[in-house]
Ligand binder design. Structure first.
Ligand code: UDP
Length: 443
């Protein structure tokens, strides 16, 4: 296997990558661990490294917080230096953080763990990061079949994708935390920027949690960002005085034990939705979309958005159905796998050819594409452009190479045979075709 650099920088990356580190160690494989320091509070990083017995980082970049642009820029500079010094054969990173975005840019073969998740919401920085990561990765490790399907829909060749399961299942099993009985309280976690940095959404969520706390016990470990924003918005006092039990961020073990016995979890966290499904805990997601569609399809997760009435109503509904949902989930296989995701991830990395090669474009055109314009009835003109710069113009009825129905323009794998048609806007479609050895097939 190539010498691997594993790059991480946040709490969810540590909890989800821990089983991968354990597996690399178990097999005695050579790797380096680069810690970006995107999360720097002890309770968001150090405690997880200790509790999950993670290796000492070989390099700590200490980039800290800042705007997305500033943080990503610092990460790019710091990572370049470390990767140049360490000379890994491949870089692996998990998920959708700025650390992941910076890690793909170095031009070293990139392995994306947790590939294919989509919220379809491009206002989320995480969505931008994960799409960028997926479209430049040489090996994409999708946690579920639905995630792999998203990648197929975006034209990513199937032979670059493996379905591995989700390492949250491995991590929970290692802590011996499993499904438990209903402990009679609601657990709440809110940290996502779309909620914390939007004062009206944050106020609506606070009002909803206050109303739920009037009916049942509500426990809420606060992410530092959430505490800060609540303070700035003058909502911290209101939340505490409405009876919500506010805690600091918990260690992983403490948190998942609390999660396992919750009647319902009210959350905007991606990882918590996955863990809740694995622990059979009904979930109310405080978002308008989710990258975890499996949880919704199985009926254990409902999307309330940041709407006060919906959060209160759906929490009551899910609390009433808590036992029923717990029973139902105990009878079906977990879509996130059986706890062997880390083994499948390391198998895939060991077995993959992930070098980046420059395609040989000399000789007859290897890339040919054409624009079919339909300016009006009966006047169709077809333009073909070859990579040697020649442009051909054909008239209606001329044989064209094309395969219909492909959704997007696959930008990569020019050495592979591929064909596609894309909609370029009003009345136009563009078709292109690539094939090895410079031949273009025409029908
Ligand atoms: N988590 C934790 N302590 C807490 C809250 C969450 O250990 O007080 C864990 C949780 O179990 C999950 C991870 O943090 O494994 C999720 O991280 P976060 O919600 O920050 O990120 P996301 O999953 O939304 O990217």
């Amino acid at each position: 296997m190539v010498r691997l650099a594993v790059v991480a920088g946040t709490r969810p990356e540590l909890t989800k990558l821990a089983p991968v580190f354990w597996e690399l160690e178990r097999r005695g494989l050579e790797y380096v661990f680069i810690w970006s320091g995107q999360h720097y509070d002890y309770m968001l990083s150090g405690v997880f490294m200790e509790e999950l017995r993670l290796p000492e980082p070989d390099a700590s970049l200490g980039v800290g917080s800042g705007s997305h642009a500033a943080q990503t820029a610092r990460l790019l500079v710091a990572l370049e230096d470390v990767i140049d010094r360490m000379g890994p054969g491949a870089v692996a990173a998990l998920g959708d953080t700025n650390t992941v975005l910076a890690a793909v840019k170095k031009g070293v073969p990139f392995i994306h763990i947790e590939a294919g998740l989509r919220s379809w919401n491009m206002t989320m920085p995480e969505e931008v990061n994960r799409i960028a990561a997926d479209h430049v990765a040489q090996l994409l490790l999708a946690p579920t079949r639905l995630a792999a399907l998203n990648l197929a829909g975006e034209g990513i060749p199937a032979d670059m994708v493996r379905v591995t399961g989700n390492t949250v299942v491995d991590a929970l099993a290692s802590l011996s935390v499993g499904p438990s009985s209903d402990g009679g309280y609601v657990l709440a976690t809110i940290h996502r920027q779309e909620n914390t940095d939007n004062p009206s959404r944050l106020a609506s969520i606070v009002r909803a949690l206050g109303r739920i706390a009037a009916e049942t016990r509500v426990v809420m470990p606060l992410h530092p960002r959430t505490r800060k924003r609540l303070g700035q918005a003058g909502l911290l006092e209101h939340l505490a005085s409405s009876g919500v039990e506010l805690l600091g961020p918990l260690s992983y073990h403490d948190f998942v034990k609390l999660l396992a016995s919750a009647t319902v979890v009210v959350t905007d966290s991606g990882g918590v939705q996955e863990e809740a499904l694995t622990l059979h805990v009904p979930t109310v997601t405080v978002r308008y979309n989710t990258e975890q569609p499996e949880t919704v399809m199985l009926g254990c997760n409902v999307l309330a958005g940041a709407d006060e009435e919906e959060i209160v109503r759906l929490t009551r509904v899910m609390a009433e159905k808590s036992e029923e949902i717990r029973r139902a989930l105990s009878r079906i296989p977990n879509p996130y796998g059986e706890g062997d995701a880390a083994a499948k991830i390391v198998d895939a990395v060991e077995g993959a050819d992930i070098s980046i090669r420059e395609p040989d474009m000399r000789g007859t055109p290897m890339l040919t594409y054409a624009l079919e314009a339909s300016p009006g009835p009966g006047s169709r003109i077809i333009y073909g452009v070859s990579c040697d710069g020649s442009i051909t113009r054909r008239v209606e009825g001329t044989p064209m190479f094309m395969v219909r129905r492909a959704a997007t323009w696959p930008k990569r794998s020019l050495c592979r045979r591929q064909s596609s048609t894309i909609d370029t806007g009003s009345g136009c479609t563009a078709s292109y075709h690539t094939s090895p050895g410079g031949s273009t097939s025409q029908c």
